[in-house]
Unconditional design. Structure first.
Length: 293
């Protein structure tokens, strides 16, 4: 019986190997989520590339050590023509559709249309997006990205003006001003000129799609969230108020501001989101005590 069992296992392994060898590996460029038990060799074999190519594309020092749940960029097989077509991308915590579109050099609305995403263009971590491309893209780096550049075409507002604006609007919307000061500091260090690599702008780091929806929907008017610090801050606070009404608490509102309310409800709060929200709440006391501006 023991010998028969061993023979059966060997036969299964041999059959699996034959099936894998018989299936031609596709030319591919996109993200792969490492599954428990996978090795770099298994992943490379699946996509028809070498372990060295994946290791180089992902800055992996030890090819024998990969972590389940991590994202690996799979480079396209160099023997295949890149041409036009599409690639897939797995949404990471902190990603926005505008940021992903900018990374791949495609139009935001085209990306939304291809993936049947309606305004206000909410996406959630783990979601698979089809990216229409004309040429093979350079590999983007996963994960949330913070403030990257300054838009010199936007008026400069001194910190005292930003602070006073936040205080006035926080009180008007029934918020603890110190909490909103902390949120805005975390997002942009109170700089209306700040632009993140994902496309978020201004003091409250608003995504254009969200701001263009929230102006008419929450303020009852179009707002100049790019050039006006007042409008940017008011939209941010109004949107946070909307999230508090929907989610039921300040903490969940802050988590949803970062992760998206749909994702929070569906997937729970990610570790990075928890750190973000609790960090803002803890920093609130530093603003209240005068330890921060």
């Amino acid at each position: 019986m023991r010998n028969r069992t061993r023979y059966g296992r060997k036969l299964i392994v041999a059959l699996v190997a034959l099936v894998v060898a018989a299936v031609p590996a596709p030319a591919f460029a996109g993200w792969h989520t490492v599954q428990p038990g996978e090795t770099l060799w298994m992943i490379a074999s699946q996509y028809g590339v070498t372990t060295a190519e994946i290791a180089e594309a992902n800055d992996i020092i030890n090819p024998n050590l990969i972590v389940a749940g991590s994202q690996l960029w799979i480079p396209e097989d160099g023997d295949e023509a890149t041409g036009g077509g599409s690639v897939t991308y797995i949404v990471q915590p902190g990603d926005t559709i505008a940021g992903i579109a900018a990374t791949f050099g495609v139009d935001t609305f085209a990306l939304a249309m291809v993936n049947n995403i309606d305004p206000p263009f909410l996406i959630f971590p783990g979601q698979e997006l089809i990216i229409p491309v004309s040429d093979g893209p350079a590999a983007p780096r996963p994960g949330p990205s913070g403030r990257e550049t300054i838009n010199d075409d936007v008026p400069y507002y001194d910190p005292a003006t930003i602070r006073q604006t936040i205080v006035e609007l926080s009180r008007a919307y029934g918020w603890d001003a110190y909490l909103i000061l902390s949120l805005a500091w975390r997002e942009s260090t109170w700089d209306q000129r700040a632009i993140s690599s994902s496309g978020a702008v201004g003091v409250m780091q608003l995504m254009p799609a969200t701001a263009e929806w929230a102006g008419p929907a929450l303020l009852g008017r179009d707002a100049d969230y790019v050039n006006s610090a007042w409008d940017n801050i008011e939209i941010g606070i109004a949107y946070l108020s909307h999230l508090r009404y929907v989610m039921g608490s300040d903490y969940l509102a802050l988590a949803s501001y970062f992760q998206g309310s749909g994702s929070v409800e569906r997937d729970g709060i990610f570790a990075t989101t928890r750190e973000y929200a609790l960090g803002i709440i803890e920093s609130r006391d530093l603003f209240a005590s005068g330890a921060l501006p």
